[in-house]
Design a binder for this molecule. Sequence first.
Ligand code: GAL
Length: 394
Amino acid sequence: MLNKKKGLLFLIVSLLFAFVLVGCADDTGGNADDSNDSNVDTTDEVESEDNDTSSGDINVGIVLPTRDEPRWVQDEQRFKDALADSEYTTEILFSQGSSANELQNVETLISRGIDVLIISPHDGDAAGAAAQAAANEGVTVIAYDRLITNTDAVDYYVTFDSFAVGAAQGNYLIEHANGTNIPLYLYAGAASDNNAFLFFEGAWSVLQPKIADGTFVVANSSEAEALADKPELTRDEMGRILGQVTTNWDPNEAINKAQTHLTAAGDDLKGEVLILAPNDGTSRSIADTFATDSDITSYVITGQDAEKASIQYIIDGKQSMTVFKDVRQLVKDAMGMAITLLDGATPDTTGSYDNGSKEVPAMQSEVIVVDQANVQSVLIDSGYYEASEFTGLD
Ligand code: GAL
């Protein structure tokens, strides 16, 4: 209350002072308009335009991979919600699936004076150049959700437990399978994204014994079949499997792959099937493709990200599960780290990730499996989504 009164008084005094100044300037023929331009207060600014040209210093720059996937639009919104009352200035830019755009975004943010960069790379290796550009200017680099690989220029990593994401997907398939010789279709994310390997590694850790003992039969990857006896795969071995079953995180590529696999599959690989889909966008398109094949009698399919469209698919029985990653927590961790750094202190971390060049100190969050049984309690009752955003919830 007291502060508000003081603030009002200060405002009145400032206005009077400005009025007198303008009056003086007019009297002397000077240009009063120039006087305040360099002191534009950008406090609380949250920009999301790709080509922002406004002036003023920014404390924290945020670079996200693409607006084309709802996952990252979700992150943008959660950043905006979290920053609504912040005293720090931030700007959010999207790289639209291009490492060149990403580098340009980082350079733009550096020129606007950022001290901390929060970045989720389009391509983990290629983003090393952007991280290096930031580090050269003394900017602290926080990798967000996706690790930047093979560079020393990344300082911290905030992430979910990505191995656990894949293990949860694999376990869900195991728990919802009946019998033996069940066809298993494997799909994966983009090989340029370190997470795609972690998700696959987690899934393989639980699926491999079931493949080795004949409970499951891999339907669409000769490389995975050849490695069926290996509980742990090298990155190179996983790379070979990904080479056959990657979606590149692209729903259209996922449809094309699924169509090709279904066309090639004989009757023994149809009927009741299991599908490891790496995230929600690809899960919906693979599910739609399998649903149109009359020889597929039922399928269990995984997902990830709790995208709204997939929550509706789960309610409707078209997608079996998703792995919910509470983006509110990730944003809180990333901004908490940034603010600690701006205050000149060292942020807390809970472990580290080897990025091929160094051990990157990391802060990791847990994930939650969501299906029809708990969608209401986990996503609606917790306030993450509104019930009114869906149909068929009771
Ligand atoms: C991953 C991310 C996932 C998913 C995917 C596609 O790196 O962890 O949540 O969205 O990219 O963008």
